[in-house]
Design a protein around this ligand. Structure first.
Ligand code: CO
Length: 134
């Protein structure tokens, strides 16, 4: 059911420092910081040949990653995002299998303007999973 790995999201306490690490130490292609007020984050995209890394920093008081950074002050992996062809079919299959879909279970428009859902980390080995319809 799941297809390609779309991205791995890493919450970082210092976006400029994290971008510099990826650019200069790891030698990756790194975007400028892109504020996404609707999602409460500023993002730096790290483009790899086969996927991307998203460096996330809180934007605004209601940022969804604020609590994560409070618990993990040096940053950490926040979620992985898998592509699916049909997000409603994926949701129904997951729910039938007993997995918990976060929120009201209806897909939201995510940071890439595509429908997304998040799955409870306790059902996936402690990892928050995002599904994005392609
Ligand atoms: Co994501």
């Amino acid at each position: 059911m799941i297809g390609k790995l779309n991205h791995v999201a890493i919450a970082v306490p210092d976006l400029a420092a994290a971008a510099r690490t990826y650019r200069e130490v790891l030698g990756a292609q790194v975007s400028q910081p892109l504020p996404q007020p609707a999602h409460g984050v500023t993002v730096v995209f790290v483009q790899l040949d086969n996927t991307k890394i998203e460096l996330l920093h809180p934007l605004g008081d209601a940022s969804p990653i604020r609590a994560f950074l409070d618990k993990n002050p040096s940053g950490g992996m926040h979620h992985v995002c898998y592509e699916v062809a049909d997000i409603l079919a994926a949701r129904d299959r997951l729910k039938a299998a007993g997995a918990r879909v976060l929120g009201d279970g209806e897909p939201k428009i995510g940071a890439h303007d595509k429908p997304v859902l998040f799955l409870h980390p306790k059902d996936f080995d402690g990892t928050l999973v995002e599904l994005e319809q392609q």
